[in-house]
Design a protein around this ligand. Structure first.
Ligand code: UD1
Ligand code: CA
Length: 420
């Protein structure tokens, strides 16, 4: 049966002190709300509705290419219950599991969401709440249970008595799984009779209990999964947790790191076995590194493919393909459209743009190669430059197999060099 997810992301995030909406801030190289949506997707949600408000256009743009995500605008922020009411039309008559998450909790794992969905299905629950026991429960909604242990209500911190604030340590994570049909039928029952005068989604628990509908809680083992980001200090702390989570997984899969605290790898990156990632390495976007490579130190690669056995040292690269047994750096700059064929060498203080460097060809020192097609076995002497731009037009350079270009050569494009 299909699964829907609703991600609440309309809030402002005043404490970020930013002109951008909170959920657009990046953790590793992805916006906060991207992580929550990704977890929902990996948990099996086929349709994800993001409630946007503050900075709506910026949040919409994050999902412009995602077919399974749609955005619904909440024009005034009247509370989490109101936010869910805004998507009632979008949910339509959907009867299946409907997960509600918040866009500022990027560390939640797909498995945790799956457990919540399973509990909802097996109990035929109207609502299952994911709870946690944080080291400091201040500020969180608290779970009130009956003497027999059944969940009765969620009481917001501000609406708790001092005794409840001290004694109720089980907290609402803000993540729920509802039965879609019963949610749309009953969401209007939420009122605003509370300390903040807001429509609280959390009130659904008490409403259902009063109706005799089945409600239960799943307590997450690791509360750090539910850490919410409200400030840049919390953003840095969450980034550290995610960085080490990804790095530990890579190390368990056979990747070596001299210091996992100094390597940052985005969620869509793959790294092969027996590859070593050295300090101050950042791998972003759709980067993919093969086996037996050495990457770093001081290297940032974005959308770069590196085949087996290559090394890339002190290099910045974008939208580049590096074939096997290539050596790059130290201090190279690989710009979009660079293709380094097998066994090529790009050395120190070399910039390559939109060019193919042939098999075994070498550009060892202090060169700029742009808009160039280079054959195999070429050697470019130190300080050689393709003058590909005359101020108005870009022109190509073609260098045939086995050509030897002497040091300090200016190749004024369009130009062709061939071995004779
Ligand atoms: C909420 C829960 C609380 C829980 C905590 C966990 C309620 C009433 N309280 O409190 O029990 O312990 O999360 O972190 O639900 N949002 C909207 N539109 C609105 C209001 C909020 O989209 O009108 C979004 C916010 O952007 C945010 C999320 O909903 O992503 C949670 O809202 P927030 O006001 O931060 O709730 P908390 O006070 O943290
Ligand atoms: Ca709040």
């Amino acid at each position: 049966m299909p699964i829907n997810a609703i991600v609440l992301a309309a809030g402002e995030g005043t404490r970020m002190k930013s002109r951008h909406p909170k959920v657009a801030h990046k953790l590793l190289d992805k916006p906060l709300v991207w992580w929550t949506v990704d977890a929902a997707r990996k948990a099996g949600a086929d349709r994800i509705i993001v409630v946007v408000g503050n900075g709506a256009d910026e949040v919409r743009a994050i999902f412009a290419d995602a077919d399974d995500v749609e955005c619904v605008e909440q024009t005034e922020r009247l509370g989490t219950g109101h936010a869910v009411r805004c998507v009632r039309d979008a949910i339509g008559g959907f009867q299946g599991p409907t997960v509600v998450l918040t866009g500022d909790t990027p560390l939640v794992r797909a498995q945790t969401i799956r457990d919540l969905i399973d509990e909802t299905r097996s109990n035929h629950n109207a609502c299952t709440v994911l709870t946690m026991r944080p080291s400091d429960p201040t500020g969180y909604g608290r779970i009130r249970r009956s003497e027999s242990g059944a969940v009765e209500a969620i009481v917001e911190h501000k609406d708790c008595t001092p005794e409840e604030q001290a004694n109720l340590t089980e907290c609402n994570s803000g993540i729920f799984c509802f039965c879609g049909g019963r949610l749309t039928e009953n969401i209007d029952k939420i009122g605003t009779n509370n300390a903040q005068g807001e429509y609280y989604l959390t009130d659904m628990v008490e409403i259902y209990v009063g109706m005799g509908e089945p409600v239960s809680a799943v307590c997450a083992e690791d509360f750090t999964e539910m850490l919410g980001i409200n400030s840049r200090v919390q953003l840095a702390a969450a980034t550290k947790i995610m960085q080490l989570r990804i790095n530990e997984q890579l190390m368990n899969e056979g990747v070596t790191m001299l210091d996992p605290n100094q390597v940052w790898v985005g969620p869509d990156v793959t790294v092969g076995r027996d590859t070593e990632l050295l300090p101050q390495t950042m791998l972003w976007g759709n980067t993919s590194i093969g086996e037996e490579c050495v990457i770093g130190p001081n290297t940032r690669l974005t959308n770069v493919t590196v085949a087996d056995g290559s090394s890339v040292e002190e290099t910045v690269g974008y939208d580049t393909v590096i074939e096997k047994d290539v050596t790059v750096g130290p201090r190279a700059y690989l710009r979009p459209g660079t293709h380094l064929l097998a066994g090529a060498h790009v050395g120190t203080h070399v910039e390559i743009k939109n060019s193919t460097i042939g098999e075994g060809s070498k550009v060892p020192h202090l060169s700029y190669i742009g808009d160039t097609t280079m054959g195999s076995g070429v050697n470019i002497g130190a300080g050689s430059i393709t003058c590909n731009y005359d101020g108005k037009h870009k022109s190509p350079t073609t260098i045939g197999n086995d050509v030897f270009i002497g040091s300090d050569t200016m190749m004024v494009a369009p130009v062709e060099a061939a071995y004779s």
